[in-house]
Every structure is written in structure tokens, then in C-alpha cells.
Design a protein around this ligand. Structure first.
Ligand SMILES: [Zn+2]
Ligand SMILES: [Zn+2]
Length: 339
């Protein structure tokens, strides 16, 4: 660990080409009065990082991402430099990676609607958190509640998406099917259960069925998928096949929350079925404005970090962390790197 006051350079991870990365010494970022410098504690890795590593993320084809790039968008750490009275040096924080331009019509509503937005560690070259220090705008750093461990607080970023998705549902309760047993799917299931829903989780095989049972949820195998019978489906797997299953599972008058982003357009979609059965569909990108709620739910144990975080790897073992993340047989969905 390096002292920010004396540090001139820091270690940071750069992806230089598909599947190629290196940890190099670079200058510590300089901040303006509107930014804070965070000494990174933990970084969570997810499917977005894998797509950025293998060059398959859709942002590459729209010129919103290019190599060399610095990844890491789910993070927690400690303020190392700040001129902001509300965020003094030593404050433990998490980062909202989405930084809108602040001037467009999209930004007036949600930063995620801004075409010019930077997503730190993902989009438009905002240097990511897989480094000893990261700088963020003052408004993108959220203090961590007292008693919540830095390690567990890294779940706030995936949690806001799950919370925003579940919060779109208008029905007060009933049977909900979650498709996808990754971090966002599990968090959505935990929040739904907390709100009184009966929750089923769709799984692909015996191994993930065991994992889902150990988490306290009812697994549903591919041959037992509900047909026109659940009130709500939360789709967090992001494949065209799982999206089709969502519409097959939901009952008339039901609601489908789409959190996953498929990498290819769907070849056919039955709009008549949506109209004839009065279905509601919600597309949900991230959850701006929900960070305080996410941190509270993690601190209160509604979002159960011991049932989500698998292993924590030191920065130097980034390759091992990525290998575990790419292994579908890992015990729990989330892999962390400690800096
Ligand atoms: Zn992520
Ligand atoms: Zn904007």
C-alpha cells in the first residue's frame, strides 16, 4: 500500500490487446477541486470485465472502448486526497462509475441516458479502478455506512442494477422467476424475497441447482420451466434464449424485467403475444441514484455478501481471478481483487 501524499507513481493494470494485460507503473492521477482521489481497497470483477478483456464488448464496435484501457468499475476504497468537506481524507467510499456530461437532456434525468457519458473502467477511457488509486467526481463517491466492510461494499455497483430492476415491478407480490444465477440475479432474488415474493431461480444444470439451493432459493431446471404462470420474470442472464424463456414463463398481465444485454439482436420476437396477454416489459440499465439504498441493504444483510462473494485475490494474481471468473463451476458468483 502506498501513501498518496508521497506517491508519484502507482501500479495500474492495462489491457493492451484481447486477452493481454500488464501491471505497469504510471503517474498517480491529479485531481481538480471537483474530484476526489480514492486509494482502492477492493475491485469486483464481472462479465463486463471479461468482455472488455476478450474484445467482445459492444462498446468496441461503437468506438466507445479501445485498447490500451484500464478496467475496474465495481470498487470500494478510502479517500486519499480531497478538498471536499463532506468527503475528508480517510472516508471509506464506493464509486458510481457513470459520469454524465452534465449538460444534455439525458443527464437531466439519468446519467445512463447521456450519449457522451464516461463509465469509469468501461466506456470512453475513464481510467478504471484496477490500480492503487482512482479519481472520481465528488458526486460519484458515496460514503460507506459504519460497520459495513469495504470488501462487502463493492457489491453496491451490481446491486443498484438489481434494485432498480426489482423496483420497476408494479405488482405487490406473488411468484417471481429470476433467470441467471450470477451476482445481479442472486441480488435480485434476495431483494424480491425480502419484499415478500416467492422466488424461483432458473438454472442450467445440477451443479447450479445445488448452488441455488444452498443460497436458500428453489432452483428450476430447464425441463421444469414455468409456462404462462409466474407473475414476474427478472431476466439477468442476457441471452436471446433466456429472454424468450422469460416471455414463455410469465402469466397474462405479468411483468418482465430485462437486466441482461444480449450480444446479438433477436431474430424474431412475438409482439402479438405481448399485446394479447397484456404483458409489461421493462428495460433497465444500471441504477443511478440507488447507491445509498444498495449500501443500506448490504449493511442490513438483505443482500447477503457471504452468499455472493467467492474468493478475493491479491492484485498480482489478477490472472487467477479472471480464470475463476470465467469458470462456471465456481461456488459463488462474485470474484474480488484486493489492491
Ligand atoms: Zn460489473
Ligand atoms: Zn450528458
Amino acid at each position: 500500500m502506498t501513501n498518496a501524499k508521497s506517491a508519484v507513481t502507482m501500479k495500474a493494470l492495462f489491457i493492451t490487446a484481447p486477452q493481454k494485460w500488464e501491471i505497469v507503473e504510471v503517474p498517480v492521477p491529479e485531481i481538480t477541486k471537483d474530484e476526489v482521489l480514492i486509494r482502492v481497497g477492493y475491485v469486483g470483477l464481472c462479465g463486463t470485465d471479461l468482455e472488455l478483456l476478450n474484445g467482445k464488448h459492444p462498446y468496441f464496435s461503437t468506438n466507445n472502448a479501445s485498447y490500451p484501457m484500464q478496467i475496474g468499475h465495481e470498487m470500494s476504497g478510502t479517500i486519499a486526497q480531497s478538498t471536499n468537506a463532506a468527503l475528508p481524507v480517510g472516508t471509506e467510499v464506493i464509486m458510481d462509475p457513470i459520469v454524465g456530461c452534465g449538460n444534455c437532456a439525458g443527464c437531466k434525468n439519468r446519467a445512463t441516458w447521456c450519449q457522451e457519458r464516461i463509465e469509469i473502467g468501461v466506456r470512453r477511457g475513464g481510467p478504471g479502478a484496477l490500480a492503487e488509486f482512482v479519481k472520481v467526481p465528488v458526486g460519484n463517491a458515496y460514503p460507506i455506512p459504519k460497520g459495513l466492510a469495504l470488501r462487502d461494499a463493492t457489491l453496491a455497483e451490481p446491486a443498484v442494477t438489481a434494485i432498480a430492476g426489482v423496483s420497476r415491478i408494479k405488482a405487490a407480490g406473488g411468484r417471481a422467476l429470476v433467470i441467471g444465477d450470477g451476482t445481479i440475479g442472486i441480488i435480485a432474488a434476495q431483494v424480491l424475497a425480502h419484499r415478500g415474493w416467492e422466488v424461483l431461480i432458473a438454472v442450467l444444470g445440477e451443479r447450479s441447482a445445488e448452488r441455488v439451493k444452498a443460497l436458500g432459493f428453489k432452483p428450476v431446471m430447464p425441463n421444469e420451466m414455468p409456462s404462462h404462470s409466474v407473475n414476474v420474470v427478472v431476466e439477468a442472464a442476457g441471452t436471446n434464449r433466456s429472454i424468450k424463456s422469460s416471455f414463455q414463463a410469465v402469466c397474462a398481465g405479468g411483468e418482465v424485467v430485462l437486466l441482461g444485454v444480449p450480444d446479438t439482436p433477436m431474430e424474431s420476437f412475438d409482439v402479438a403475444d405481448v399485446v394479447l396477454r397484456d404483458l409489461s416489459i421493462y428495460g433497465v440499465l444500471n441504477g443511478p441514484g440507488r447507491y445509498k439504498e444498495a449500501l443500506t441493504l448490504i449493511a442490513e444483510g438483505v443482500i447477503k455478501s457471504p452468499k455472493i462473494i467467492d474468493q478475493v485475490f491479491p492484485f498480482a494474481q489478477f490472472g487467477d481471478a479472471i480464470a475463476l471468473l470465467a469458470n462456471p463451476d465456481r461456488k459463488l458468483p462474485k470474484v474480488l481483487v484486493s489492491m
